[in-house]
Design a protein around this ligand. Structure first.
Ligand SMILES: [Zn+2]
Length: 269
């Protein structure tokens, strides 16, 4: 089973707002990756879970008006209802800080994100978050989601490769690895490109592909801009004047293609 982390932070917020914003961001992210998904959303926010399970139906029926006045966080609730429409979502509440392992872990992520004012920018492999658990008051509401707990088999047999293109639904047989996986091809390509770097300090190569790894959108390596001499301006680190390989590749990639995948070779120590 693959696990990912997702966290957001905001300097001026409330737990309720953050519970809503976190759910919206997560479900939208899932939609971008898989279009439709069966999601079990586990949260320690009564506000979020009760709202989605009970209250929104009434609010929608009454045209998003509340008897006693304005509906708090109306815009967020409406956005969440939109985000949910793409999926089949089950909302589950669990008591916070009650020893539920994933809840404690989510609390650790949320607290760290609030302290550092960080966001994960999408799903990151679980456990890759820097920092250690701290017991400061969290500005964000911890939310944990076992996303598509059915995704478990790695196509390439490499458990560390949790990229969504590499996982299969539970029960599906992993195809025999009789051919080199495409990301391996692109990674090797990036390593070959690195050899073309004209920078004396760093040899780095980059391949940019589309999301399904079917088309190469651009390539790049460290060096001067076209037309300039193939050498560094200076030996001082940071002042050699070379353009980074990723930048060289990205400026050539079509901006119209969304969700690019970037392969960058490891830089030498
Ligand atoms: Zn250089």
């Amino acid at each position: 089973m693959a696990r990912w982390d997702f966290y957001e932070s905001s300097p001026q917020t409330t737990n309720n707002k953050m519970a809503l914003a976190g759910a919206i961001a997560t479900l939208e992210w899932i939609r971008r990756q898989w279009k439709h998904a069966r999601v079990v959303y586990v949260s320690d926010s009564q506000y979020l879970v009760k709202g989605m399970r009970e209250w929104v139906v009434g609010w929608e029926a009454r045209g998003w008006k509340r008897k006693g006045g304005v509906l708090e966080n109306q815009e967020l609730w409406q956005k969440l209802v939109q985000a949910v429409a793409a999926h089949e979502v089950e909302w589950r509440w669990i008591e916070g800080h009650a020893g539920h392992a994933k809840n404690e872990y989510a609390d650790f992520l949320a607290t760290g994100a609030a302290q550092r004012q960080e966001r994960s920018n999408g799903l990151v492999p679980s456990g890759s978050t820097p920092g250690s658990p701290k017991s400061a008051p969290g500005g964000a509401t911890p939310t944990t989601i076992p996303i598509r707990s059915c995704m478990s088999v790695y196509k390439d047999g490499v458990a560390g490769n949790t990229h969504f293109l590499n996982v299969l639904p539970d029960g599906a047989a992993a195809p025999a690895v009789d051919r080199i996986p495409l990301y391996e091809v692109y990674m090797r390509m990036a390593e070959e490109l690195a050899k073309r770097s004209t920078c004396a300090r760093l040899q780095v190569g980059t391949v940019v592909t589309d999301q399904v790894l079917e088309n190469v959108l651009a390539i790049g390596y460290n060096g001067n801009a076209r037309g300039l001499p193939n050498k560094c301006d200076s030996a001082v680190p940071g002042s050699c004047g070379c353009i980074h390989s990723e930048m060289n590749a990205l400026v050539k990639a079509a901006g119209s293609v969304r969700d690019k995948v970037v392969f960058v070779s490891a830089s030498p120590a």
